[in-house]
Design a protein around this ligand. Structure first.
Ligand code: DGJ
Length: 731
């Protein structure tokens, strides 16, 4: 990894320039990366270095007094201030902006103290306190570093002791600086059914902003993560790459600003749009967590580091198994009754999956949930469809030999509901304008603690009445529209922030009370997927688009940040031109599920699916717990390949897909990565339709070295065709 230190630019001038007083240096490190901050004589805190870990501790002193800070105690040169505020010598995007009680708009933070403690042998936390000397305002910068996983998580707390509330207009979680010959940003944008489409651009002078104003369902157009190629575009296995993400399911904003001297600052935080937050004296404003890794072996390694970290430290039940399931949304939509559901439970058992998941449409009586126009908010079983209630379904599933899970969307309300009739003021909508509805519904105002209590109660009541419920799918189908809180009164500027805090508060309470309950995070597909929410959810729904061709791109995108076990992928009938095999092979590279009726399958297709479920379960140590290698990108041609390697390298998968190859196209072998070159592996093609012949190398044994250097011929020129290969160590 190249060292991205501005000091290098003036290296000659810099060394030996230090004043007699030793500067305070703060080192935040993983096993591979150093982030080094230093206190200037002025008392202000600057970023000295972010790059490959320095081998010799003594070298850190050599970073002192670089151009980030003036040497004479005054600040004459604009430096890389760690938490710069608006209104003084920095003309670019600030991390912080405030209006003090006397109307003054400036802040200058000075270093007060820093403490570092090791919270486990692999993790340490540094807290740096900064204070304005003129106004009683304090910023506490938090950094947690995960040694082995090479991840740093950072956030900021703001507090003040002015007499009256202050208004804060900017409150970044973090700011990082880079000096590099070129910056290439990869973003993940799209829409409903088009999530996380990857595109890249070079950054030049000025700003590129990735943000959202959707309030909830906030990631519908752009996801809260990015990749930054330093010196060159992001590549899979080489080059220096920063991967960053923010844990905020509301309005977020990343600002990438290249300044007049070609440095880049990356600011991450809540989008301050319509959110001048009023902070009371002694109240603490805590920003969302920004999490990043710096890799010098491309995005592939950075993703694997993220996956390891997420499974070990962040995701609910991150190290536990996941259920395979049969969902009924695509199969039945709102049209079902007990008989139909019981038939599907039988089909779940026949397929061999663990669980049956009942989707939307099971609730509400006065305004029955027969379509998406009514009933949201009234969470009792619909008596016409389900005369014996949810408990009966849980029991019926038990009898069928599968577990039972249920869909909810408790943050929302249809105006046609008893809930809205009783509590119209609980919904976010304007008192004095015509209401605009997105999917015929409104967002409940979770800035209101009473509403938080109600939403928590939806899950709590269902669980109390039906302790056999084994799984939830938590949906969120509307952005915030008609932005007005009946609870916040004159503090409307706080709605976007306090609402999201309320959402997380409810998630946390549910997770605390039901720590073993698996819950799928969903938002009209994958429009809500962030690492704060994932503390409380075991998995997420990547997209309503289950056309396997589209899914390849979507899954490729999400895999940059999220481990396989969190990414739900179901076999459906979205693209009937694609074979059941192709559809299943695409879903099986993530957390496999189904959402179709077995009536749609021929006897051979059914037996294929049963075998695929069994294969998936056998291969979980590789697919769910192993290392993901993205081998061939769908963005670079007509094929895609990925591989999962178990941590002990004793087994692996290879998934190879032909998308829309061209006639006579030249085909290349797929070369797996991450195998042990000295081990020998038996190669077997699995997921074959009954009667289909396996590929030529089926049953042969090769060394890991040979496989990685020579590869296997897995691609074809057949459209929408696929192969799944199992590699098992031959002893
Ligand atoms: C949107 C989700 O993404 C779908 O999977 C399904 O649950 C529908 N909502 C139900 O309304």
């Amino acid at each position: 990894m190249k060292a991205f230190l501005l000091s290098a630019l003036l290296a000659g001038a810099m060394f030996g320039q230090a004043s007699a007083a030793e500067p305070e240096m703060i080192r935040i490190s993983t096993n591979e990366t150093d982030l080094i901050l230093q206190v200037a004589p002025s008392g202000r805190l600057y970023q000295s270095y972010l790059g490959d870990k320095l081998l010799d501790e003594a070298d850190i002193r050599n970073l002192a007094w670089n151009v980030h800070a003036a040497t004479d105690g005054s600040v004459t040169t604009r430096g890389w201030e760690v938490y710069p505020a608006s209104g003084w010598e920095d003309y670019f995007e600030p991390a912080f902006a405030i209006e003090h009680n006397d109307g003054n708009l400036t802040s200058v933070f000075k270093y007060v103290s820093s403490e570092t403690k090791r919270t486990d042998p692999n993790v340490s936390e540094t807290i740096i306190t900064l204070r304005d000397e003129v106004y009683p305002v304090e910023a506490r910068l938090h950094y947690i570093s995960y040694g082995k996983e090479n991840i740093i998580k950072t956030w900021t707390e703001i507090r003040h002791e002015e007499k009256r509330p202050v208004k804060i207009a900017r409150y970044a979680s973090n700011m990082l600086y880079f000096s590099s010959p070129a910056y290439h940003l990869t973003e993940f944008s799209g829409d409903w059914a088009k999530e996380v489409q990857m595109s890249s651009q070079e950054l030049h002078y000025g700003k590129k902003i990735l943000d959202t104003k959707l309030g909830s369902r906030a990631a519908m157009h752009v996801s809260p993560f990015f990749e930054l190629g330093l010196g060159a575009p992001v590549r899979e296995n080489e080059g220096t790459v920063l991967l960053g993400t923010i844990g905020w399911t509301g309005n977020f904003r990343f600002t990438f600003e290249v300044d007049n001297v070609g440095n880049l600052r990356v600011l991450s935080g809540i989008n301050p749009y319509a959110s001048n937050y009023e902070l009371k004296p002694n109240e603490t404003f805590t920003t969302p967590e920004f999490i990043f890794t710096l890799s010098d072996e491309g995005a592939g390694k950075a993703s694997r580091d993220f996956h390891d970290w997420a499974r070990t430290y962040q995701v609910k039940k991150g190290q536990d198994d996941r259920y395979t399931l049969l969902n009924n949304w695509e199969a039945t939509s709102f049209n079902f009754d007990e008989d139909k559901l019981e038939r599907l439970m039988g089909e779940a058992k026949e397929l061999g999956v663990d669980l049956f998941l009942l989707d939307d449409g099971w609730f509400a009586n006065k305004y029955p949930r027969e379509n998406d126009r009514a009933g949201l908010g009234d969470w009792e079983a619909n008596r016409a469809k389900l005369p014996h209630g949810v408990r009966h379904l849980v029991e019926a599933a038990q009898q069928a030999g599968v577990k039972f899970g249920i869909w909810i969307e408790p943050e929302m309300v249809n105006p046609k509901s008893e809930l809205f009739e009783k509590h119209p003021d609980w919904a976010i909508h304007l008192p004095n304008r015509e209401t605009y509805y997105y999917r015929n519904q409104l967002v409940l105002d979770l800035s209101n603690p009473e509403v938080q209590e109600y939403v928590f109660g939806v899950v709590d009541k269902l669980m109390t009445e039906n302790p056999g419920l084994a799984f939830f799918k938590w949906d969120c189908n509307s952005p915030i529209t008609n932005v007005y809180s009946h609870y916040l009164g004159e503090r409307q500027q706080q709605l976007y922030i306090d609402h999201v805090r309320g959402v997380y508060n409810v998630f946390r309470r549910v997770a605390e009370k039901y720590p073993d309950l698996p819950i799928m995070l969903c938002s009209g597909g994958g429009a809500r997927c962030d690492y704060e929410a994932m503390k409380y959810f075991t998995e997420f729904w990547c997209s309503d688009n289950t056309d396997p061709v589209e899914r390849l791109y979507i899954q490729w995108g999400f895999s940059q940040f999220f481990p396989t076990k969190t990414m739900c992928a179901h076999v459906t009938s979205w693209n009937k031109q694609a074979s059941v095999k192709f559809r299943t092979d695409v879903a099986m590279m993530c957390k496999l599920g189904f959402d179709l009726s077995l009536d749609e399958l021929s006897a051979d297709e059914l037996s294929f699916c049963q075998q695929a479920v069994a294969n998936f379960k056998r291969l979980k140590p590789a697919i769910l717990e192993g290392d993901l290698y993205r081998l061939v990108s769908p963005y670079e041609g007509n094929h895609m390949a990925v591989s999962h390697v178990s941590k002990d390298q004793s087994r692996a998968t290879l998934f190879a897909y032909d998308i829309h190859p061209r006639f006579g196209e030249k085909l290349f072998p797929v070369k797996p990565q991450g195998l042990d070159p000295r081990k020998r592996y038996r190669v077997e093609e699995i997921n074959l339709m009954p009667g289909a012949k396996p590929f030529a190398a089926h049953g042969q044994v090769f060394s890991g070295d040979f496989l990685m250097k020579v590869g296997l011929d897995l691609f074809s020129t057949n459209p929408m065709s696929s192969r799944v290969i199992e590699l098992t160590e031959a002893r």
